[in-house]
Design a protein around this ligand. Sequence first.
Ligand SMILES: *Cc1c(COP(=O)(O)O)cnc(C)c1O
Length: 480
Amino acid sequence: MSYLRNIPAIDELLEMKQVQAQFDRYNREFLVATLRQATDEVRQALRLSGAGCSREDITVQIVTRFHTMLSGSSRGTLRKVINGTGVVLHTNLGRAPLGPRALQYVQEMASDYNNLEFHLESGERGSRYQHVEQLLVKLTGSEAGLVVNNNAAGVLLGLNTVAQDREVIVSRGQLIEIGGSFRIPDVMRQSGARLVEVGTTNRTYLSDYGQAINEKTALLFSAHTSNYKIVGFSAEVQVAELAALGKAHNIPVMQDLGSGTLSDLSAWGLGEEPTVQASVAAGADLVTFSGDKLLGGPQAGIVVGRANYIGDMKRNQLIRALRVDKMTIAALEGTLLEYWCGDPLQNIPVLRMLTMAPTKLAIRAESLRSALQEMLVDHAALSIRTIETEDMVGGGAYPTYKLPGHGVQITFADNRLHTVARQLRQMEPALVARLQDNALLVSVRTLGPGEDRQVVKLLTEACGQTTEQSPVARHEPCKD
Ligand SMILES: *Cc1c(COP(=O)(O)O)cnc(C)c1O
């Protein structure tokens, strides 16, 4: 075991130039701990090989391992992912990517102090709810607006504020579950409101609501069933009819829109999702929707509607637990400003991806294919071609609608499909592709600007390997 004497001391390693260079980025404790671990691992490896090595060899091994470990253990678990699935609002991949205006706002507001709860004019304490409200009012035509943590929180707060210990009438056809175990009946229970179901799964009429109204009724509730569709023999009451009924009985109407878009997307085949403005104009007293679905902003729940109800919601104690942070407010304000005075179809990534012309997608897929073909020309076990894809809106919206898209399909003659897919997920950035028809499929719709080149690099690396390689660096066995 003479080689053990050749293992340098931690203090010696710390003096090395390559290690000293790391003091700009990492603290001493972290570097010492990492060097220790690297040394232990090399010692272990030497023990297994059972022979001696020179001091130089051992030092090189330790420093190499040290550098690999540095990049591995100094990063968080959140990783950048390239979305090759063609699902635009992919809930597992962070839903809506933010646009440049939103990002710039977040950067400015989060890295310095700001007037989150401060009135610059009077110099007195202000409210964080003052910020986005005027933009929401202007964009939706509502009297007032409020932002909370997510749409589920908006629904909960609305129900609790307006209908605690009282009755809320809901159609049986709208007792939906959204992914992530958001169930309308459960949220209703947690809010303290009593659920009164009317109608049947497939048909509910205005008279069903009318007959259920009594002196305990606090609210008529309507949920936009964005994530499923009842076709055939079905009937649903429109929010305008519900609003008229509510008005006649002096009972407010709340609509959970889910996706809640500000843009009319019917020209792109996406007309089924009602706009928030239409809902407000139809007379809904409160409308709730998500910030990170079709709006294309940060995770948030947006509530717009009558000033008296929004005012009550702002005074509800629950709001303290549901409130949003400055980063959310900044990202949302930046996003809404894009709608107000910018070019949302171009600069809100979600809208840009949803409205991309199929001809452009086809050109992009073809250039991706030819770049890949060039890089992987020697690999006979692969076939690469462009294909038409069925992309999706995602986030629970338009579940049955397939956006016609384009992508690149890679088929493997050998059995490597799942190995390659796993490898792609572990690269940096990770590439998440679709597995379909026993092939790897990358849809170009959801690739960010400039990500095409990265995709070529990642795919070339993952597909180009003919054998699986162990991620652990191997060491030459020590010789006496
Ligand atoms: C997505 C959705 C929700 C939940 O919204 P979050 O912002 O994810 O909390 C609630 N209701 C409907 C109809 C939805 O589509």
